[in-house]
Design a binder for this molecule. Structure first.
Ligand SMILES: NC(=O)c1ccc[n+]([C@@H]2O[C@H](COP(=O)([O-])OP(=O)(O)OC[C@H]3O[C@@H](n4cnc5c(N)ncnc54)[C@H](OP(=O)(O)O)[C@@H]3O)[C@@H](O)[C@H]2O)c1
Length: 341
């Protein structure tokens, strides 16, 4: 079997393919034939060694993958040959609070999914919804679950207004889930040409946050001066100051990133944050993807409502480096897939 490995860090030239014997499952393990993987910003950061968690040398990259169970160990009870499964972003985090001792991640500290076969503990897997293709379901472990967590911990209410930032995987899932929960969505993009697609997945209003640096004023206008109930904050230092201005009294900001992309407000001072946060009693909650029980809950909701992930482009296994380059450019809308077999 073939697997990609990060031989050297820095850029895609460090990705190499190695041949291995196909492994045999131990008593609690499941052998999965991987069909599709999806890229996330973290996969770029890991390659560039700018991710907060140091990666192991030679790791198989990519956290998100789906496939079919080929064989199972003698003690495995939850899965059988032929089951359609996905790996989890934090395999050791079942539920409750995250901790350093359960913080391992595939494609970083553990071998990931860019491989023809992977061997995983049965507790590290979830069944994927029947109605989704392997490619569609490969978008779920990180981007979809992050959006789900940002809207469910604590849960938003029907009638709330949600703000999303950009046209990446997390934001598009956040729009789709917010509509499922009966919320209104204001979506920001730096590309006017994305307005149609953002509206087609459920955005009620779209605002260009690049050509209009004071975009919080538009958001306030669209909410009758009240502000939004929850910001799905994917811009970090580029957008946080405006996000705070756009949030309603008592509202919440699900903080998903601390690294900006466009460097607009990188020098933002604490005084610009603390006074409005305190005077308007806004909560900032950092979130890191989610746990397995949340993933299973999300899959039940998906199966009930048949939401389809937005896939921008799919590359072949042989084109993995091109997929990395394409994703790193940031011109995609939704998810970028690498098919495996
Ligand atoms: N905390 C967590 O658990 C968690 C999980 C997943 C992701 N994240 C973070 O959330 C953010 C979004 O993740 P994602 O997977 O949705 O990312 P993505 O697919 O790469 O999308 C990023 C979006 O940001 C906008 N953008 C603006 N300027 C950009 C630039 N110079 N380069 C790239 N993108 C630019 C683009 O939207 P427009 O063109 O519409 O503006 C782009 O589609 C990332 O910062 C990621 O690290 C956090």
């Amino acid at each position: 079997m073939k697997s990609y490995h990060i031989e050297t860090f820095g850029n895609v030239n460090g990705l190499i393919v190695r041949e291995h014997p196909t492994p045999t499952p131990g008593p609690n393990e499941v052998l999965v034939s991987i069909k599709a993987t999806s890229l996330n910003r973290r996969d770029i950061l890991i390659l560039q060694q700018t991710y907060p968690l140091p990666s192991k040398q030679g790791v198989v990259p990519i956290s998100d993958g789906t496939g079919e169970v080929v064989s199972t160990g003698n003690n495995v009870t939850k899965f059988k040959k032929g089951d359609r499964v996905a790996g989890t972003y934090f395999p050791r985090w079942r539920d409750g609070r995250i901790g350093l001792d359960i913080g391992d991640q595939p494609g970083c500290t553990l071998d990931g999914m860019l491989s023809e076969f992977v061997l995983l503990q049965e507790d590290w897997l979830v069944l994927i919804p029947d109605y989704l293709s392997f490619e569609e379901a490969a978008t779920l472990p990180c981007a979809a679950l992050t959006a789900w967590s940002a809207l469910t911990s604590p849960p938003i209410s029907p009638g709330n207004t949600i703000l999303t930032i950009g046209s990446g995987g997390v934001s598009l899932f956040a729009i789709q889930f917010a509509k499922l929960f009966g919320a209104k969505v204001i979506a920001l993009t730096s590309r006017d040409e994305n307005t149609g697609q953002l509206k087609s997945v459920g955005a009620d209003n779209v605002v260009n946050y690049y050509s209009n640096p004071d975009w919080s004023a538009d958001v306030l206008k669209l909410t009758n001066g009240q502000g939004v109930d929850r910001v799905i904050e994917t811009g970090g230092p580029d957008t946080l100051e405006q996000s705070i201005k756009a949030t309603a009294i008592g509202g919440e900001i699900a903080l998903l990133s601390y690294q900006g992309k466009i460097n607009r407000n990188a020098e933002m001072g604490l005084n610009k944050i603390l006074a409005p946060l305190f005077s308007r009693l806004i909560t900032i909650k950092p979130l890191f993807v989610g746990n397995r029980i949340s993933f299973e809950n999300m899959n039940r909701a998906l199966s009930q409502h048949h939401i389809h992930p937005e896939i921008d482009r799919a590359f072949s296994f042989e084109e993995a480096k091109d997929a990395y380059r394409y994703f790193a450019e940031g011109k995609h809308t939704g998810k970028v897939i690498i098919k495996v077999s």
